[in-house]
Design a protein around this ligand. Sequence first.
Ligand code: TRP
Length: 441
Amino acid sequence: MARAEWGSRLGFILAAAGSAVGLGAIWKFPYVAAQNGGGAFLVIFLVIVCTLGISLMIAEMSVGASTRRSPVGAYRRLGGKWWSGVGYIGVLCGFLILSFYSVVGGWTIAYIVKSIDGSILTSNPAFLSTTFDSFIADPVLPLWYHAAFMGLTAAVVLAGVQKGIEQVSKYLMVMLFLLVLVLIVRGLTLPGAIDGVLTFLQPDFSKVTPVMVIEAMGLAFFSMSLGMGCMITYGSYASDETYIPNSAGSVIGLTTIICFLSGLMVFPAIFVFGFDPSAGPGLTFITMPAVFSQMSGGQFFGILFFFLLFVAALTSSVSLMEVVVSFFIDEFHLPRTAMTVVMSILMFVLGIGASLSLGVWKDYTLFGKNLFGILDYVSSNLIMPFGGIMVAILVGWKSWPVIADRLTRADGTQPVWLPLLKGFCRYIAPVLIFVILIQNL
Ligand code: TRP
């Protein structure tokens, strides 16, 4: 059977942007930016994305596109037998991330329901905080939502690369963009919104610290889906005519714009109603409902907001599942249907553990972290930076000629920045990421 391929270049870009834009851009970005001095963080984030982010995005996508294999096969072809180990670690990482990502994806569905039935329509933060804490600690309810989210993810992956992932991402990404715009307009038309915008945009460079730079790098990795072979997999479905740097640039551009817009969506409203945007992870599930409860038409906009979060999470979870499933298809020629079903069930089961570790199992800890925390830490803070270093070394040192060839235009000309990319992959990226890795340890 011929290997799957994207139906169009736009489809590829939107699917990859769908992978990137997720809980990272819409949930994490606003509060991490707020905690780190708003505008200054934004500037640092932009600099990192436009250097490290774009280099690794081009590197990953061209590793996939030149080998037409998902990470294990791609690393083996370009690097040899031992390198395929990096691919295996990437597949494992996708498995680990999705198992807890789907739990959070389930929460977004639960909050759509709670917005519809009006049970979170209150401006009392203490009540909202108890509601959230007791919901995620409940031994049963979140598991149903986790199952629903995993089931929806599997349904998209089952339908295949072109008919499933590409089609769904196309519609959902357009919808996501429109939802963000509607919510921004609502926020900006509140009286006094401009102060919120200014806090978000005005850079306070006295707040720039090494820790903040490292934080920005970590967030850039996660919210661009880099470091575990996700973009290798998506790149491997690109047609030979697809010019990777253009696609990579579009994906980085779209994702950065959405990160920026999601700050613009959240800050003004939070500011107007006197809440604290640096409240941390609770910003989305605790502060935002309070904000909506005070706004006219708040219930409607609340529903839209959680639906937006759900859409963003779904197109990302699909990419994580595709990394795992495509491994079995490429390496063992196993059928997509069976592997999607089997893997979804296994990831669902691990996710049950992650969900329960926030409630009844919270006393089972390792290094002071519960299972949810361990899965998050190991995947985002250890495996992803490791994967980032490895893909940079592979591209910069081991297989540069193959990559340079894939990055040469159809008319035989090479982009002027090609040596820059090589230097970045050889020296700068590995060193920078190594610093993050050490810091995380
Ligand atoms: N980028 C997604 C987000 O921001 C999460 C994600 C999907 C991801 N695929 C990934 C993160 C691969 C790292 C690697 O929510």
